[in-house]
Ligand binder design. Sequence first.
Ligand code: 13P
Length: 334
Amino acid sequence: MDRIGQMERTIARLTSPGRGILAADESYPTITKRLSDHGIESTEENRRFYRSLLATTPGVEAYVSGIIFFEETLGQKTDEGVRIPEACDRQGIVPGIKVDKGLTELPGTDGEKITQGLDNLGDRLDGYLEQGALFTKWRNVYAITPSTPSRQALETNAEVLARYAAIAQSRGMVPIVEPEVLMDGDHDMARCAEVTEAAQGAVFEALRRHRVTLECMILKPNMVLPGKSQPRPSVEACAEATLKVLRRTVPAAVPSINFLSGGQTSEEATAHLNAMNRADGPRPWVLSFSYSRALQNPVQAAWQGDPANQGAAQKAFLKRARLNSLARNGQYEP
Ligand code: 13P
């Protein structure tokens, strides 16, 4: 199959009705923090057991179309000795891979960040493809302060995201493009909307410059919310503000928008997605999820690092996945 045909097939699987994506791609420091919040040690065996538990949850394929893994997981096996990406694929879930190498300071700015990992990316992707990954994820971040993001950060981050997406597509892998405006701070919702629009606007300009095929990518944005220290708006206000920005920035050619949860509670993330799928007005894209914390928090709480709790952990995952699937159809009743 040619490159475009391969990506069209992957997109069709990832965007199939009622489903969304699980991000289980935390880097070593991040998974260590997440697990330690539940008193679980981040050993290689615990990570293998846990991610295999997620990928093999019976029935979850009705709600989850793809799982983004971390590099380590692609080489690990389930208890039955099946490689995790293959176990995932057998269940009808598309395996993907986070390909960025994390954040570093962007010199010349006031502590703003840029994402690393473009060097040798094509070679790394060839290896991930061999291990079964069919789509990729790359995350850039934008912090809101009175003076940031700077124009320099907006333009440089957009350029890097677009270069990543172009390289992924050159291998026939569907890129998830993730420009995350962080929730930290005491800014209001209007400021988040303004920054999100500027970040996404610059990203789509750069994607066009690099001739990225918009039909074969997924956008993974933040929702529009005030800073963490501020009171939360109504669910409908968040949905309306987020849709307003997306309508201004995301071409209708993009098949799917899969949100990150970004520190929202599991219930908030589900309710916001649901409200967007119920809202009036044009919505030319699939609106679904690509949550990490909002899907996994309850799973880790149920698992506690004890193999005996596998059933309870899978039950918690199935529940969250099902509720987000309802929200993706606008049928969730809080
Ligand atoms: P959260 O849903 O926890 O924000 O994570 C999504 C993600 O994959 C960040 O890159």
